[in-house]
Design a protein. Structure first.
Length: 859
């Protein structure tokens, strides 16, 4: 569309610099030019707007007022100026429409702020006039400068009569000095609020007013006058008067309303009356309250929360609301208190402290929640029935169970809150029919007496698993109904089953009588099987009469063993079997092997397993006797044989029969081996009988070890024995027996290392001991055997490729000898890696050595 710019570039650039918006239109109302300010006002670019009809960009221009003004300007060719509110821009503008070159140039001068100020002044004036209160403006000298309708009404002077007069016009003679005093206070910037005084009307009557004085300031902030707002207090005074008359009555009435308080407020929300025990309860005395405004008594939030209700009461409404304050909750009723003429100059409020009630309600609610929470936390399926059998509550478990088990006719199906459980029982069918009848009778008996409780175990096997339930009905107090619970007892049933089975097994074991079994407490044997009774020669009657006191049945020398066993029981709950003896009823002894386990802690009970080992003991005794006899029997002929062979040797040597001498020497070697074996057997039986005796002599240990090493080096061609270290120690003991120990260790070291070339012997001295160790590089000892090789006749048998001759006596004897010297013999070994046997002996000055010497059997 064509348009003619009728403003030249120079004019345009001038307009650009203006803060006001400018738009030019042609006679066809098309925009021919606009400045940046105008474009940004409508938030469009100039290009978007140019050429478009004015209405499109400024819709308000089409409005009656604008359009008329524009038309007028065009027709008359005279500039028109008007003010307009542009709602789309939310602004007031002063528009100047100037005719120019067949079009119009429009200036939009923003005037929003100015307009608002003017409006505010207008509102203020309207407010002043419409206010019921008397509002008077005055200079600081007390000359009246403004007088509103309220003032006219209150004081009876018309504005023309009052304006220019001194304000003292209104003061009664005795209060003439009051006004200058108040104005003085005001000059000192002191606010004067709710000042109650007396004034005089034009007709000379007096009236009570409450005035509020505030300063009027000029633009520079100087106080140039005062404005006073006065409110007629006559009505209030009248109420107060009336109240005083009725005071006694009111007070008496109120005293009979605990927790309540009554207050009467005037429109300023000033308390005209406050009464009631409710006030005292919160520590307020009526005397201190009357005359104060609500704002003086309560914090602002509290005032804000009650004021709207009180305003409604002043508007004629009766209101009730809850009000929380100072930890209390009140119900407040506020009602208008009209006077004879029907005007509401006061309201009356009754506050009732409902804190306790509120708390009780809350507690009840909480306890209801709690009950449900408790119900839900229970794993049993629980429903609460009212006396009619209607379900009034169920827990989560019940709900879940009823949902998951939809088997028709069961006792838990179709049971939600509201349904009648007795009906459910009556309708139960099929597998449940019989139990349901029983349940029904049981619940009825609990609901209506005479039974205080009812339980029923029933099976409810689903195709997937066997299940059992325990149903119970328990009455609620005061005949309020009953609680029905179905507890899944499948686990318990299974456990019971398992216990029964294990009991059967245990009883069988007990009754098998292969082994004595007893249950004992700290003193007595409480239960025992036949095998045990037979072992100790007591009868079942003896047992039942608590005649089996186990510690009395134990010979004194075994008491320490028993104590050790008890200690172990306390610490670990079981004790390693050990051997001891019991006195039989007839006083004879029976050797036994006993093991025990704790059955229960409080009071303590043990189960003990007892094996009669008399036969084994007898066998051992006979074996020992045999060994002892055999070794004695063998010793004599061997000694004789040795003596003869030496005799023969000497004779043959004399006769020069050297070949036979050599044969005889071989025979003697075998005889020596035999002698050694027989001696060892004898040693073993002496140790068994506690009859191995020791010499007590001073032994030079280094020399002794040297000697043994040298001797054995002579008899072995396969190994080199390397000796290191020295102790310079003198030991008190039996030289021959100690030599026997080292000989034995070295012989073993050579014997059990057939592939090795060396054996190392080391002597090490410490402060209290001397240690001799013998290290070999042979087969070693598997860990499992290391504890046992020191036992009598114990031998390691499982060497795959080789057997070693021997009877398993050497280490046993050696250990006995070392221990009798107060020392220790032990081994460190790894299978296939050789072994190190060490002998540690106490030095003579030590306690260990002294003890050993005292304990030795002197030879
Ligand atoms: P034995 O007469 O059988 O050698 P010992 O009482 O001297 O009897 O030794 C008991 C067992 O200890 C032996 O049978 C052997 O298995 C094992 N034993 C002893 N010394 C050694 C050693 N130096 N190396 C490996 N095994 C050994």
């Amino acid at each position: 569309m064509h348009h003619t710019p009728h403003l030249d570039a120079q004019a345009m650039s001038l307009f650009e610099s203006l803060p006001d918006a400018l738009v030019a239109v042609d006679t066809g109302w098309r925009i021919t030019a606009l400045n940046q300010r105008a474009a940004s006002l409508v938030q469009q670019t100039r290009e978007e707007v140019l050429g478009k009809p004015l209405w499109e960009t400024f819709p308000e221009a089409l409005g009656a007022a604008c359009e008329q003004h524009y038309q007028q300007a065009l027709q008359t060719q005279v500039t028109v100026r008007f003010e307009v509110w542009y709602p789309s821009l939310n602004r007031w503008f002063q528009v100047t429409a100037s005719p120019s070159h067949g079009g119009l140039v429009l200036f939009f001068q923003e005037m929003t702020r100015r307009k608002h100020e003017a409006e505010a002044r207008w509102w203020l004036a309207a407010l002043l006039e419409s206010s019921d209160d008397a509002i008077i403006g005055q200079t600081l000298d007390g000359i009246i400068t403004s007088w509103n309708a309220g003032a006219e009404r209150l004081y009876g002077y018309r504005a023309e009569e009052a304006l220019g007069q001194p304000i003292a016009l209104l003061a009664p003679p005795e209060r003439l000095d009051e006004i200058p005093r108040l104005l003085d206070l005001l000059k000192q910037e002191r606010r004067i609020d709710q000042y109650e005084t007396e004034r005089m009307r034009k007709d000379g009557t007096r009236l009570a007013v409450s005035t509020m004085l505030s300063p009027i300031k000029d633009a520079t902030g100087h106080i140039i006058g005062a404005s006073s707002v006065a409110r007629d207090l006559t009505e209030r005074k009248r109420i107060e008067e009336a109240l005083r008359e009725r005071d006694v009555l009111v007070r008496t009435l109120l005293q009979h309303h605990p927790n309540e308080s009554v207050t009467i407020f005037d429109p300023d929300l000033r308390l005209l009356l406050a009464e009631g025990p409710g006030l005292e309860a919160v520590g307020l005395s009526p005397q201190r309250l009357v005359g104060k405004t609500l704002a003086e008594l309560l914090p602002p939030e509290a005032v804000d929360s009650v004021t709207p209700y009180y305003r409604r009461a002043f508007a004629g409404e009766s209101v009730q609301f809850e009000f929380a304050f100072g930890g209390h909750v009140y119900t407040i009723n506020a009602a208008p208190l009209p006077n004879k003429e029907g005007t509401i100059a006061a309201i009356i409020t009754v506050a009732q402290d409902i804190t306790t009630q509120k708390r009780a309600e809350e507690a009840l609610r909480a306890s209801e929640h709690l009950s449900q929470a408790i119900l839900d936390s229970l794993t049993a399926n629980i429903a609460v029935l009212n006396p009619a059998g209607t379900i009034i509550a169920v827990n989560e478990a019940w709900r879940r169970f009823a949902r998951d088990n939809s088997a028709p006719g069961s006792l838990l199906v179709d049971t939600e809150v509201g349904s009648n459980y007795l009906e459910v029982c009556r309708k139960a069918r099929g597998a449940f029919a019989e139990e349901a009848q029983e349940a029904l009778a049981g619940i009825l008996a609990v609901l209506h007496g005479p039974h205080p409780h009812f339980t029923l175990e029933y099976a409810c096997h689903s195709p997937a698993e066997q299940r059992w339930f325990l149903m119970s009905a328990t009455p609620l107090p005061a005949g309020e109904g009953a609680v029905v619970a179905h507890l899944n007892i499948t686990e318990r049933k299974r456990a019971e089953e398992a216990v029964r089975a294990s009991e059967v097994r245990a009883r069988r074991l007990l009754e098998s009588n292969l082994i004595g079994v007893v249950v004992a407490d700290g003193e007595h044997i409480l239960e025992a099987n036949e095998a045990f009774l037979e072992m100790v020669g007591y009868t079942r009657e003896d047992l039942d009469h608590h005649r089996l006191n186990w510690s009395a049945m134990t010979p004194a020398e075994y008491a320490p063993l028993d104590q050790r066993g008890l200690q172990e029981l306390r610490e670990r709950g079981v004790c390693t079997p050990f051997e001891k003896e019991y006195y039989r009823k007839d006083g004879s002894r029976v050797p036994i092997l006993i093991g025990a386990a704790t059955l229960q802690e409080q009071p303590v009970q043990w189960a003990c397993f007892i094996l009669d080992i008399s036969e084994r003991r007898e066998l051992e005794r006979r074996k020992d006797e045999f060994i002892s006899m055999a070794s004695h029997e063998l010793k004599t002929p061997i000694t004789v044989l040795k003596a003869f062979s030496q005799l023969i040797q000497r004779r043959l040597e004399k006769q020069g029969m050297s070949e036979l001498v050599q044969d005889l020497a071989r025979m003697q070697t075998q005889l020596n081996t035999l002698t050694k074996l027989v001696n060892e057997l004898l040693d073993v039986s002496k140790i068994q009988a506690g009859r191995l005796d020791y010499a007590q002599e001073t032994v030079d240990l280094d020399a002794l070890v040297h000697e043994v090493v040298e001797l054995l080096q002579q008899t072995t061609a396969t190994h080199t024995i390397r000796l290191s270290g020295a102790s310079q120690a003198q030991i008190v003991g039996d030289r021959d027996r100690l030599s026997q120990v080292f000989t034995n260790l070295l012989t073993n070291a050579i014997k059990y290392s057939p592939q090795a070339k060396d054996v190392d012997v080391q002597i090490v001295l410490s402060a209290e001991t001397v240690t001799v160790s013998v290290r070999d590089y042979g087969v070693g000892i598997p860990r499992a055997h290391q504890g046992k090789i020191f036992e009598r006749f114990y031998r390691v048998q499982d060497y795959h490729d080789k057997t070693f001759p021997g009877l398993g006596m050497g280490l046993y004897i050696s250990q006995q000898i070392v221990e009798c010297h107060g020392g220790k013999l032990w081994v460190v070994s790894e299978e296939g890696q050789g072994a190190t046997f060490s002998v540690t002996l106490p030095l003579p000055h030590t306690e260990g050595a002294a003890e050993a010497r005292a304990a030795m059997n002197p030879r």
